[in-house]
Design a protein. Structure first.
Length: 259
């Protein structure tokens, strides 16, 4: 399917590894011009080398939690590509204790900042530029943890907030020609990621995890998430707005941790 993303300019937070890297590869292969970010110049330079010289992409070094970084990414996209047609808020993380007696509000604040404040600020800063381009699409990368209960209370709660915010923005920005959706990946097998390490170091536990929680008998692949993101950015999904797309193969619970 042609995603009709050729010469469309897309902002992508994160893009040098994991799901973000696969999203970057998919978007550039579909012809999009992508401005992505990474925490250091080495990872960005390596990513650009591996993408090859035939793609239109640029990396911006920085931390999404730094004040004003979203606007720097936007400025760089406008400077190089002259426009913005799509936004993917991919960076996310989690930390904090599940024990209510050990809750630290600093952990809650961190999760809110990276999983809610960052995508919201990136999206809203891009809205005027999306409007100028005639409308566009915004995609938040949430998580199965935002829909199903499991350990990681702060992470799950803020990913649920992300899903709600995407739905709300989809409703409020529709009249301006902008669609907003979220994608909630389940457990994704990435090279040297958590599940990959478990497979190599503890195959018995990995086998139990598969049997216990995956009707399809396998974890997801990052390319499968990237395909959904590309679809949501394209006009092929023109009627999809305010939705959360579960990319989890029907996974029954978000983690191998017992609870």
């Amino acid at each position: 399917m042609d995603m009709h993303l050729r010469n469309k300019a897309v902002l992508l937070s994160g893009g040098s590894r994991g799901i973000g890297r696969c999203i970057l590869e998919k978007l550039t292969s579909d012809g999009a011009m992508v401005t992505f970010c990474g925490r250091n110049s080495h990872s960005i330079e390596q990513t650009l080398r591996e993408l090859g010289g035939s793609v239109s992409a640029q990396g911006v070094v920085g931390d999404v939690l730094e004040s004003g970084f979203e606007r720097e990414m936007i400025a760089r996209s406008i400077e190089k590509f002259g426009r913005i047609d799509g936004v993917v808020a991919n960076v996310g993380s989690g930390r904090g204790s599940d024990d209510p007696n050990r809750f630290a509000w600093s952990d809650w604040q961190y999760n809110i900042d990276i999983n809610v404040k960052h995508p919201l600020e990136l999206a809203m800063a891009a809205v005027p530029h999306l409007e100028k381009s005639g409308g566009g699409s915004i995609v938040f990368i949430s998580s199965i943890s935002g829909r199903l209960f499991g350990p990681g209370i702060q992470y799950g709660a803020t990913k649920a907030m992300m899903i709600y915010v995407a739905q709300a923005l989809g409703r409020t920005l529709a009249s301006r020609g902008i669609r907003v959706n979220s994608v909630s990946p389940g457990s994704i097998q990435t090279e040297n990621g958590h599940w990959d390490v478990m497979l190599k170091e503890n195959p018995e536990e990995y086998a139990w995890f598969l049997k216990d929680g995956f009707p399809g008998g396998r974890l997801g692949k990052p390319e499968e998430v990237a395909n959904i993101v590309s679809f949501l950015l394209s006009e092929n999904s023109s009627l999809v707005n305010g939705a959360d797309i579960a990319a989890d193969g029907g996974q029954l619970k978000p983690t191998n941790r017992k609870y």
